[in-house]
Design a protein around this ligand. Structure first.
Ligand code: NAP
Length: 248
């Protein structure tokens, strides 16, 4: 059964990793997909042609999610091209890890801008088309680190915790308009980035997780599909932990 037939989704940061996994699952489920990226032009073009085999409209946009005006312009362009936006996935994110003692103002500001301000920018921009459609689903990618904190990631943890408060506030404001807002908190997800790490270290991480493995991008994508679709019609303001039981 295709869960997103006829729907239009906008996904930020989908040239690789978790965002790419979400774009793939959404397209498999019949959605037209507009996605963004920061600089990976080649990967974006490759994803466009990979996803176009599903027969829905697919387009990648180079757009800085941290830039307020660019986000508004992006949403205007997507609505002009796709007709509307039913689903927004705020997935774009970065890390600039270091201990607080060594953290520069730039490292703090960059992470807050890309991870948190971007969620404000895109969410604000999609409200208009979603109000017009009298429905919508906004899904924000947080992290277990936003729930429990992590040494060396004070900037990242603050941005991801901020997303949780923002999500609940949006859910309270927009529920009466049939616009749902939820967050996902992934744990340790194995991507191209983690493949470069020492296998012994990665195995130690896996051993501490109750399900005894790292998550895949597909694990997060399936949870995102659930929150995007009518399967979760009565769920808003929630945080779904996709972490193999790492946080209970
Ligand atoms: P990733 O592989 O590093 O991919 C990041 C994506 O975001 C790329 O498509 C990148 O585009 C894009 N991006 C970066 N800055 C951007 C900007 N300013 N504007 C628009 N797009 C931008 O990341 P990931 O591991 O898949 O993580 C995706 C999300 O899940 C992030 O929010 C992350 O914090 C969260 N998360 C990840 C994990 C994990 O274990 N991987 C765990 C918990 C939460 P380019 O390719 O052009 O650079």
């Amino acid at each position: 059964m295709k869960l997103l037939e006829g729907k239009v989704a906008l996904i930020t940061g989908a040239s690789r990793g978790i965002g790419k996994g979400i774009a793939e699952v959404f397209a498999q489920h019949g959605a037209s997909v507009a996605f963004t990226y920061a600089s990976s032009d080649e990967k974006a073009r490759a994803l466009e042609s990979e996803l176009s085999t599903h027969g829905t409209k697919i387009k990648g946009y180079k757009s800085d999610a941290a830039d307020f005006n660019a986000a508004q312009q992006l949403v205007d362009e997507v609505v002009a091209e796709f007709g509307t936006i039913d689903i927004l996935v705020n997935n774009a994110g970065i890390t600039r890890d270091t201990l607080l003692m060594r953290m520069s103002e730039e490292q703090w500001d960059e992470v807050i801008r890309v991870n948190l301000k971007s969620v404000f920018n895109l969410s604000k921009a999609v409200i208009k088309p979603m109000l017009k459609a009298k429905s919508g689903s906004i899904i924000n990618m947080s992290s277990v680190v936003g729930v429990q904190g992590n040494a060396g990631q004070a900037n990242y943890a603050a941005s991801k915790a901020g997303i949780l408060g923002f999500t609940k506030s949006m859910a309270a404001e927009l529920g009466s308009r049939n616009i749902r807002c939820n967050a996902i908190a992934p744990g340790f997800i194995e991507t191209e980035m983690t493949a470069a790490l020492d296998e012994k270290v990665v195995q130690q991480w896996r051993d501490t997780i109750p399900l005894k493995r790292g998550g895949s991008t597909e694990d997060v994508a399936q949870a995102t599909l659930f929150l995007a679709s009518q399967m979760s019609a009565y769920i808003t303001g929630q945080t779904l932990h996709v972490c193999g039981g790492m946080l209970m």
